[in-house]
Design a protein around this ligand. Structure first.
Ligand SMILES: [Zn+2]
Length: 325
């Protein structure tokens, strides 16, 4: 038999239920404070016998400037962002250095912003630690080019080196340009800071920095390929183990949603726009034709994927998460 329930007892019951939910009746029902921060950002995969770990340094955000893409109307840039379901007034540029363990040596490719970037970057060291990688165990740091988001992680604001046991390896062409006092004197005022920053990072260690030529195997399984245009000595790396291979693209393209789809577009950071575009077409073509895995320094984390070719355009397809190696 169902007893009639009065409106008054319903209300009283719901008040009691609410009070019960607030009371800490058991640990399982206690309110858990939000974590308020992201989890460590590291993703590991294999290339042949090599173990590769992508480590996020974070993301830098900037308003979308009218000249972010120098040779395309803002509306077209916003349409491309919109197609990729990205905001059309701000840009989020991920920064992802790469650790390569060849089994003989431990390499770090590019170093992030260190403590000189925005509060949303500078996470490399804590994420290395979360990935179980000791900065003291890095044998060599290999640099693609001398923009701050690639070299600032080498040395803190206070002057301390982050990888004290590592050999520092840089492209000879990049060194020749940025360390040239004449080039600094001729550079527009807006670039003066970048020259000074290169001297801040490398000056105290200049004698020990190893400068490698393009098109050389700088270590077994690690080949430096010229990819000039973004900067005068911008270099990419081909990582090879057995029949497996991948390309560390560095800044061959900035955000894939813009510059893989539209390889002729020049990002404002490309120092020689037409040369950078020519390099982009060539390198993306090589990745597509050889089916190579690529790592894009400013691609969405974990910054690994493949390039498909569609006529004179390309498409970036990120890898699927892999729970095992
Ligand atoms: Zn960059």
């Amino acid at each position: 038999m169902v007893l009639p329930v009065s409106r008054r007892s319903l209300i009283a019951g719901s008040v009691a239920a609410t009070a019960g939910a607030l009371a800490p009746v058991s640990a399982a029902r206690a309110a858990v404070p939000p974590a308020g921060r992201q989890m460590p950002g590291a993703y590991r995969y294999r290339v042949g016998d090599f173990e590769v770990t992508a480590i996020t340094d974070g993301i830098s955000r900037r308003p979308l400037a009218g000249d972010f893409v120098r040779n395309a109307p803002l509306e077209e840039v916003q349409a491309a962002l919109s197609m990729a379901f990205l905001p059309t007034n701000t840009l989020s540029l991920p920064v992802t250095p790469l650790v390569v363990n060849t089994g003989r040596r431990l390499f770090l490719l590019d170093t992030g912003n260190g403590d000189l970037g925005a509060a949303t970057t500078g996470q490399l060291l804590e994420n290395l630690e979360a990935a179980g990688i000791d900065p003291n165990a890095i044998d060599a740091v290999v640099i693609s080019h001398f923009h701050g988001d690639h070299i600032n992680g080498l040395r803190s604001k206070a002057g301390e080196v982050a990888f004290p046991n590592a050999e520092i390896m840089v492209p000879a062409a990049e060194w020749a340009f940025w360390m040239d006092d004449g080039a600094m004197a001729r550079a527009p005022e807006a670039m003066r800071g970048a020259f000074q920053n290169v001297r801040r990072v490398f000056g105290p260690m200049a004698k020990e920095v190893m400068r490698f030529e393009a098109d050389t195997e700088i270590a077994p399984g690690l080949e430096a390929l010229p990819a000039y245009g973004h900067t005068p000595g911008h270099t990419i790396f081909r990582i090879r183990s057995g029949s497996a291979g991948m390309l560390f693209l560095a800044d061959t393209t900035n955000l894939p949603a813009l510059f893989v789809r539209n390889p002729t577009w020049h990002v404002m950071f490309d120092m020689d726009g037409p040369a950078a575009a020519e390099t982009r077409r060539r390198v993306l073509g090589m990745a597509a034709d050889e089916g190579l895995l690529v790592h894009g320094y400013h691609y969405p984390f974990p910054a690994a994927g493949r390039i498909g070719r569609h006529g004179d355009r390309f498409r970036y397809v990120p890898v699927d998460w892999n729970p095992v190696l």
